[in-house]
Design a protein around this ligand. Structure first.
Ligand code: MN
Length: 209
Protein backbone atom coordinates (compact mmCIF):
# COMPACT_ATOMS: atom_id res chain seq x y z
CA UNK A 1 0.00 0.00 0.00
CA UNK A 2 1.60 3.29 -1.09
CA UNK A 3 0.09 5.42 1.68
CA UNK A 4 0.37 4.75 5.40
CA UNK A 5 -1.16 6.23 8.52
CA UNK A 6 1.59 8.28 10.19
CA UNK A 7 2.04 7.82 13.93
CA UNK A 8 0.87 10.67 16.15
CA UNK A 9 3.92 12.80 17.00
CA UNK A 10 2.92 12.76 20.73
CA UNK A 11 0.80 10.55 23.02
CA UNK A 12 -2.96 10.81 22.50
CA UNK A 13 -3.44 12.48 25.89
CA UNK A 14 -0.66 15.03 25.31
CA UNK A 15 -3.00 17.85 24.23
CA UNK A 16 -5.28 17.55 27.27
CA UNK A 17 -7.23 19.41 28.49
CA UNK A 18 -7.67 21.33 25.22
CA UNK A 19 -8.06 18.29 22.95
CA UNK A 20 -9.10 15.17 24.84
CA UNK A 21 -7.44 11.77 24.49
CA UNK A 22 -10.53 9.91 23.27
CA UNK A 23 -11.09 12.44 20.49
CA UNK A 24 -7.44 12.10 19.46
CA UNK A 25 -7.64 8.30 19.51
CA UNK A 26 -10.77 8.10 17.36
CA UNK A 27 -9.81 11.00 15.11
CA UNK A 28 -6.39 9.55 14.31
CA UNK A 29 -7.00 5.81 14.60
CA UNK A 30 -10.36 5.66 12.86
CA UNK A 31 -11.08 8.80 10.82
CA UNK A 32 -7.58 9.42 9.53
CA UNK A 33 -6.99 5.69 9.03
CA UNK A 34 -10.14 5.46 6.91
CA UNK A 35 -8.90 8.28 4.64
CA UNK A 36 -5.62 6.43 4.14
CA UNK A 37 -7.30 3.08 3.49
CA UNK A 38 -9.84 4.57 1.09
CA UNK A 39 -7.18 6.54 -0.78
CA UNK A 40 -5.19 3.32 -1.27
CA UNK A 41 -8.34 1.59 -2.53
CA UNK A 42 -9.14 4.42 -4.93
CA UNK A 43 -5.71 4.41 -6.58
CA UNK A 44 -5.20 0.63 -6.56
CA UNK A 45 -4.48 -0.69 -10.06
CA UNK A 46 -3.41 2.74 -11.36
CA UNK A 47 0.43 2.63 -11.40
CA UNK A 48 0.76 6.29 -12.43
CA UNK A 49 -1.22 7.41 -9.38
CA UNK A 50 0.39 4.83 -7.10
CA UNK A 51 3.81 6.26 -8.00
CA UNK A 52 2.91 9.81 -6.99
CA UNK A 53 3.44 11.44 -3.63
CA UNK A 54 0.36 12.49 -1.70
CA UNK A 55 1.09 16.15 -2.40
CA UNK A 56 1.51 15.50 -6.13
CA UNK A 57 -1.85 13.74 -6.13
CA UNK A 58 -3.82 16.52 -4.47
CA UNK A 59 -2.04 19.27 -6.43
CA UNK A 60 -3.29 17.85 -9.73
CA UNK A 61 -6.63 16.14 -9.42
CA UNK A 62 -7.36 16.86 -13.08
CA UNK A 63 -5.25 13.87 -14.15
CA UNK A 64 -7.14 11.48 -11.87
CA UNK A 65 -9.64 9.33 -13.80
CA UNK A 66 -13.26 10.49 -13.48
CA UNK A 67 -14.38 7.26 -11.84
CA UNK A 68 -12.15 7.77 -8.78
CA UNK A 69 -11.57 11.54 -8.77
CA UNK A 70 -14.15 12.16 -6.05
CA UNK A 71 -12.73 9.44 -3.82
CA UNK A 72 -9.16 10.66 -4.36
CA UNK A 73 -10.16 14.26 -3.65
CA UNK A 74 -11.94 13.37 -0.41
CA UNK A 75 -9.56 10.73 0.90
CA UNK A 76 -6.31 12.18 -0.47
CA UNK A 77 -7.33 15.54 0.98
CA UNK A 78 -8.30 13.85 4.23
CA UNK A 79 -4.94 12.11 4.48
CA UNK A 80 -2.94 15.29 3.68
CA UNK A 81 -5.02 17.52 5.97
CA UNK A 82 -4.79 15.23 8.99
CA UNK A 83 -1.08 14.47 8.52
CA UNK A 84 -0.55 18.25 8.56
CA UNK A 85 -2.94 18.83 11.47
CA UNK A 86 -1.26 16.47 13.97
CA UNK A 87 2.04 18.28 13.52
CA UNK A 88 0.59 21.78 13.66
CA UNK A 89 -0.38 21.00 17.25
CA UNK A 90 1.96 20.10 20.11
CA UNK A 91 2.00 19.78 23.88
CA UNK A 92 3.60 22.68 25.77
CA UNK A 93 2.90 24.92 22.82
CA UNK A 94 0.40 27.63 21.94
CA UNK A 95 0.26 31.23 23.03
CA UNK A 96 1.47 34.10 20.91
CA UNK A 97 3.60 33.25 17.87
CA UNK A 98 7.30 33.97 17.64
CA UNK A 99 9.81 34.10 14.82
CA UNK A 100 9.19 35.36 11.29
CA UNK A 101 5.50 34.37 11.29
CA UNK A 102 4.85 36.67 14.28
CA UNK A 103 6.06 39.74 12.37
CA UNK A 104 4.22 38.66 9.22
CA UNK A 105 0.96 38.20 11.15
CA UNK A 106 1.30 41.67 12.69
CA UNK A 107 1.94 43.25 9.35
CA UNK A 108 -0.93 41.42 7.60
CA UNK A 109 -3.59 41.52 10.32
CA UNK A 110 -2.56 44.32 12.70
CA UNK A 111 -1.88 42.13 15.72
CA UNK A 112 -2.23 38.59 17.05
CA UNK A 113 -5.68 39.23 18.58
CA UNK A 114 -7.06 40.52 15.27
CA UNK A 115 -5.57 37.53 13.48
CA UNK A 116 -7.11 35.08 15.95
CA UNK A 117 -10.53 36.69 15.59
CA UNK A 118 -10.39 36.45 11.79
CA UNK A 119 -9.14 32.87 11.83
CA UNK A 120 -11.84 31.80 14.32
CA UNK A 121 -14.46 33.55 12.18
CA UNK A 122 -13.30 31.54 9.16
CA UNK A 123 -13.68 28.31 11.13
CA UNK A 124 -17.06 29.32 12.55
CA UNK A 125 -18.32 30.52 9.19
CA UNK A 126 -17.64 27.22 7.44
CA UNK A 127 -21.09 25.65 7.31
CA UNK A 128 -21.01 21.91 7.87
CA UNK A 129 -17.62 20.24 7.66
CA UNK A 130 -14.29 21.66 6.57
CA UNK A 131 -11.13 23.48 7.55
CA UNK A 132 -9.85 26.99 8.22
CA UNK A 133 -6.36 27.82 6.97
CA UNK A 134 -3.65 30.43 7.13
CA UNK A 135 -1.97 30.29 3.74
CA UNK A 136 0.90 31.99 1.96
CA UNK A 137 -0.48 33.00 -1.42
CA UNK A 138 1.23 35.16 -4.03
CA UNK A 139 3.53 36.75 -1.49
CA UNK A 140 1.02 37.42 1.25
CA UNK A 141 -0.74 35.84 4.21
CA UNK A 142 -4.43 35.04 3.79
CA UNK A 143 -7.08 33.34 5.90
CA UNK A 144 -9.31 31.00 3.90
CA UNK A 145 -11.57 28.03 4.51
CA UNK A 146 -12.35 24.90 2.55
CA UNK A 147 -15.29 22.49 2.56
CA UNK A 148 -15.06 18.81 3.49
CA UNK A 149 -11.47 17.60 2.95
CA UNK A 150 -10.56 20.10 0.28
CA UNK A 151 -7.18 21.80 0.58
CA UNK A 152 -5.86 25.11 -0.81
CA UNK A 153 -3.18 23.13 -2.71
CA UNK A 154 -5.99 21.72 -4.87
CA UNK A 155 -6.35 25.20 -6.36
CA UNK A 156 -9.12 27.73 -6.78
CA UNK A 157 -11.21 25.77 -9.28
CA UNK A 158 -11.66 22.90 -6.83
CA UNK A 159 -11.11 24.26 -3.35
CA UNK A 160 -12.32 27.83 -3.94
CA UNK A 161 -8.99 29.20 -2.69
CA UNK A 162 -5.30 28.63 -3.19
CA UNK A 163 -1.95 28.95 -1.45
CA UNK A 164 0.47 27.02 0.72
CA UNK A 165 -1.02 26.02 4.09
CA UNK A 166 0.93 27.32 7.09
CA UNK A 167 -1.67 26.65 9.81
CA UNK A 168 -4.94 24.74 9.64
CA UNK A 169 -7.73 23.66 11.93
CA UNK A 170 -10.20 20.86 11.41
CA UNK A 171 -13.77 22.06 12.03
CA UNK A 172 -15.53 18.75 11.35
CA UNK A 173 -17.69 17.83 14.34
CA UNK A 174 -15.57 14.70 14.83
CA UNK A 175 -12.68 16.99 15.78
CA UNK A 176 -14.44 18.44 18.83
CA UNK A 177 -17.87 16.93 19.51
CA UNK A 178 -16.95 14.62 22.42
CA UNK A 179 -15.53 17.45 24.50
CA UNK A 180 -17.21 20.57 23.12
CA UNK A 181 -20.45 19.14 21.67
CA UNK A 182 -21.93 21.82 19.39
CA UNK A 183 -19.69 24.60 20.73
CA UNK A 184 -17.29 24.97 17.81
CA UNK A 185 -16.37 28.47 19.02
CA UNK A 186 -15.03 27.08 22.32
CA UNK A 187 -12.98 24.46 20.47
CA UNK A 188 -11.50 27.13 18.20
CA UNK A 189 -10.54 29.25 21.23
CA UNK A 190 -8.92 26.23 22.89
CA UNK A 191 -6.97 25.42 19.71
CA UNK A 192 -4.65 28.41 20.32
CA UNK A 193 -3.29 26.62 23.39
CA UNK A 194 -1.81 23.83 21.29
CA UNK A 195 -0.61 25.59 18.14
CA UNK A 196 2.93 24.55 17.27
CA UNK A 197 4.36 27.87 16.07
CA UNK A 198 7.76 26.31 15.39
CA UNK A 199 6.09 24.10 12.79
CA UNK A 200 4.14 27.08 11.36
CA UNK A 201 7.46 28.92 11.01
CA UNK A 202 8.96 25.91 9.20
CA UNK A 203 6.08 25.95 6.70
CA UNK A 204 6.42 29.71 6.34
CA UNK A 205 10.15 29.52 5.61
CA UNK A 206 9.66 26.70 3.10
CA UNK A 207 6.82 28.56 1.35
CA UNK A 208 8.94 31.68 0.87
CA UNK A 209 11.95 29.84 -0.55
MN1 MN B 1 -10.82 15.30 10.98
Amino acid sequence: MPHELPALPYPKEALEPHIDALTMEIHHGRHHKAYVDNLNKAIAGNPALEAKSLEQIIRDLSVVPDAVRGAVRNNGGGHWNHSFFWKIMAPNAGGAPSGPIAAAIESAFGNYEEFKAKFEAAGLGRFGSGWAWLVWNAGKLEIVSTANQDNPLMGKAIAGCEGTPLLGVDVWEHAYYLKYQNKRADYLKAFWNVVNWAEVNRHFEAARR
